[in-house]
Design a protein. Structure first.
Length: 70
């Protein structure tokens, strides 16, 4: 029998994680874009921080999924 409560929790977490990763990645791309006149060091650092958060979230997800990592 399907446990619908658990199913909806997993679906909600997947949707929220997808939105968060997309926002951080898009923010990093936006901060690195050449659309602005001059790139500041703080903006580049913030862009790489966004990318680092994305990479950390992906690696954490892989750690959760692959049992050999535990």
């Amino acid at each position: 029998m399907i446990q619908w409560g658990s199913f909806f929790v997993v679906a909600a977490v997947a949707v929220v994680a997808t939105v968060v990763l997309t926002v951080f990645y898009a923010g990093g791309v936006r901060l690195l874009s050449d659309g602005h006149a001059a790139g500041s060091t703080a903006r580049v650092g913030a862009a790489y921080a966004c990318f680092a958060l994305c990479a950390a979230a992906v690696l954490f997800g892989l750690w959760l999924v692959v049992p050999q990592f535990h």
